[in-house]
Design a protein around this ligand. Structure first.
Ligand code: SF4
Ligand code: ZN
Length: 709
């Protein structure tokens, strides 16, 4: 037998033995009926569920899985067979990790890793992955002989936006080496045991179930999805034992190439298992193997600039200066101007720079753009990007928009030399990069002088915000001649297509009708195509011939009929990255709306994750529909079923967030005051009978509506 297959089988057999023993011990200790589950997932033990369709719910379900695991280990001299043994190791790792959760609670609470990754986090990664904002997923495993090497590799991935999962002692090596970690920073420590690598594997596997509509038990479909749609790869550091090799074989079976830093000589498998002993080549080789291309933006600023820094939080103690609307006037504005009024790359600073010794500053950020294809509607689309771009600067934190802004600059960024002019450079370069199809010239003015900034805010910015709001409010589905498709998510959900209208934004919450319009203008052959409003078939449900035709084309025939305003009749499909899901609540005859962040139970008897698993992957599931937060207050929300009057329950945080707009809609449509006072939340009840009683007490309008079904 070759050294490689020998090692794989050795590792797989060892894991099989360990797993069998651990399962038997657990059953002896807790009994076969003891329930077992990973936290916050609707996919049971995801690897086992996806590969075999078996739903592990109790310890008693596990011995059969161990049987399947063992059957995958044939000990035959054949690389394909050996890779199957690698899958067996993955199953074993899943069971061993699952057993850590047998007593409830968080077994990783006192670990430096996070362990199991809940479903909602995977859903939240949908959009950044499809936009290429996260260009790939790295799994870094082991302990580097020289800690500085792994630190350098991980920082390199981070600067490229690659999502990096760490397993083993490299976690401490990276922490000591100053790598900033956390989900938002895209470097995620999983755990120390090799088995914890399964927690990134199940992310890929659940992506296939959530976005890809791969059916549980369809192992070939699963492997095809992970290979072709999940741009992941593995780097190991340090010596590798049989268990690591067999886990690596599992990764290869899923289509994830493995790069090791020891010389495997003739045991290398080109494209799947390769040796790179020079760590300065690791990143390059890994990206090549997965064909990941990194868009780099060269910026003339003294700090790093990368999407990975978007989630960085700067606390007061680390802060050098602050621009905060609570203390000083602030405003952010993009204005369209005539070509003759804009001098390209002109940067003007009015007021003091941040090295003057003061701590608090005003800041008006005023960007004037001109271009033959520029439209006033794109001003807000560009302006909203300020938030991301400022956050991409390492050591800068930005929140808010328009005249309500807070920007912090860290001591470290200041010491590195960051000054006010760098903010202008970032805006200039990024606008010319991303909006070059519509912006030909761009000039930036930054005002830190408080009196001047206040004057700008009140005389220039506020009137413009108000005019835009008036335009948005007057923009209805009736007032435009076209809607747009969005198929960005097809790289993960090949059968999904969003239809974006003025009153219904994309379900991810990130694509409004104006965004779709701008995307189409910037990239005419891109993901957003116009749908001209033609062939109205049914006004109540929002059924159009042209919409059906475009959706059928965009989904390659997977979806042929779709309505814009119904959750029961041919509802719009969901990819998986929706901000909220609505579902019917039969007892009250209403609908509940649940946001991704809510972890608790709902009156439908399901959590967000369980509700979310009812739909997705481009499938239409009447009664369940994913949508954006903003859609809740839309006059078109489930309007075919009676509109927002159907909403009976929402998590409190979501309800508070949308209350103002939702109440306004209820007032305008039905003359109801303070509608949200009649909508229950988890502090009222999560029981459907109690909910009905409460709604009756409140006189909720749903009780007067026709039965839903
Ligand atoms: Fe994906 Fe729809 Fe959002 Fe487009 S609008 S990014 S298809 S969820
Ligand atoms: Zn999506």
């Amino acid at each position: 037998m070759s050294v490689l297959t020998d090692l794989i089988y050795g590792g797989s057999n060892a894991v099989a033995g360990l797993t069998e023993g651990a399962v038997n011990d657990a059953i002896a200790k807790y009994g076969a009926d003891k329930e077992i589950a990973f936290p916050d997932t609707a996919y049971f033990f995801p690897t086992i569920y996806a590969a075999t369709g078996v739903k592990v719910k109790t310890l008693g379900d596990l011995p059969a899985c161990v049987g399947v695991l063992k059957s995958l280990i044939t000990n035959q001299e054949d690389l394909g067979q050996a890779l199957n043994a690698g899958l067996a190791t993955a199953v074993g790792a899943e069971i061993l990790e699952g057993l850590k959760y047998v007593e409830g609670g968080d077994p990783y609470a006192n670990e430096s890793g996070i362990g199991f990754v809940p479903d909602p986090i995977i859903r939240s990664l949908g959009v950044p992955l499809v936009t290429g904002d996260i260009p790939g997923v790295a799994v870094v495993l082991g302990k580097a002989e020289n800690a500085a090497d792994v630190v350098k590799v991980v920082k390199d991935y981070q600067s490229k936006g690659i999502m990096t999962f760490l397993v083993g002692d490299c976690i401490e090596q990276c922490a000591e080496g100053g790598v900033k970690m956390g989900l938002e920073l895209r470097v995620i420590p999983l755990g120390h045991d090799v088995t914890s690598v399964i927690h990134v594997v199940t992310v890929a596997i659940r992506a296939a179930l959530i976005f890809g509509n791969v059916q549980p038990g369809n192992l070939a479909g699963l492997l095809d999805y992970t290979k072709n749609r999940v741009p992941a790869f593995v780097n190991t550091f340090g010596a590798i034992d049989a268990v690591v090799v067999s886990a690596g074989a599992g990764a290869i079976a899923l289509g994830f190439p493995v790069v090791v830093d020891i010389d495997l000589g003739e045991n290398q498998v080109p494209g799947a298992l390769e040796s790179v002993c020079d760590h300065s080549e690791t990143v390059k080789k890994s990206l090549e193997l997965r064909n990941i291309k990194i868009k780099t933006t060269e910026l003339p600023i003294p700090v790093a600039f990368a999407a990975a820094f978007e989630g960085e939080i700067i606390r007061k103690a680390d802060m050098k200066v602050e621009f905060f609307s609570g203390k000083n006037p602030t405003a952010e504005l993009v204005l369209m101007k005539d070509m003759s009024e804009v001098e390209d790359h002109k940067i003007t600073i009015i007021g003091k720079d941040i090295d003057c010794g003061e701590k608090d500053f005003a800041l008006a950020t005023y960007v004037e753009v001109a271009g033959k294809k520029m439209q006033p509607d794109f001003e807000s689309v560009i302006e909203r990007k300020f938030h991301a771009w400022f956050n991409y600067m390492e050591g800068v934190m930005h929140t808010g928009q328009r005249n309500q802004v807070r920007i912090r600059v860290s001591n470290a960024a200041y010491d590195a030399g960051l000054r006010i002019r760098d903010f202008a450079e970032v805006l200039y370069v990024m606008i010319m990069n991303e909006f070059d199809a519509v912006v030909d010239k761009c000039q930036v003015t930054l005002i830190t002088d408080a009196a001047e900034a206040a004057k700008f805010r009140d005389e220039v910015a506020m009137p413009r915000y108000n005019a835009r709001d008036d335009r948005l409010a007057s923009m209805t589905d009736e007032s435009v001649d076209r809607f747009y498709t969005c198929i960005l998510c097809q790289s993960f959900a090949p059968a999904h297509c969003c239809v974006v209208t003025p009153e219904r934004l994309g379900l991810c919450g990130a694509v409004s009708w104006l965004d779709a319009k701008a995307t189409n203008e910037l990239n005419p052959n891109g993901p957003c195509q116009p749908i001209f409003k033609e062939g109205l078939l049914d006004e109540r449900t929002g059924r159009y011939e042209s919409v059906n035709k475009m959706v059928a084309e965009a989904t390659h025939g997977a979806v042929e009929n779709v309505t814009l305003y119904s959750i029961l009749e041919d509802p719009m499909t969901s990819c998986g990255c929706f901000e909220c899901i609505c579902g019917i609540e039969p007892v009250s005859n209403g609908v509940i709306v649940v946001n991704r962040e809510y972890k608790g139970m709902t009156p439908a008897g399901m959590t967000f994750g369980e509700l979310a698993s009812c739909t997705g992957g481009g499938v239409q599931t009447p009664g369940y529909m994913g949508h954006g937060r903003h859609f809740i207050a839309s006059k078109k929300f489930a309007s075919a079923e009676g509109g927002i009057q159907r909403i009976v329950w929402m998590p409190k945080e979501l309800k508070d967030d949308v209350a103002e707009r939702l109440n306004k809609t209820a007032q305008e449509l039905y003359g109801i005051e303070n509608f949200t006072d009649m909508v229950a939340d988890e502090t009222v009840t999560t029981d459907c009978e109690e909910l009905l009683n409460w709604l009756t007490e409140k006189g909720h309008p749903v009780l007067g509506l026709e039965p839903l079904m």
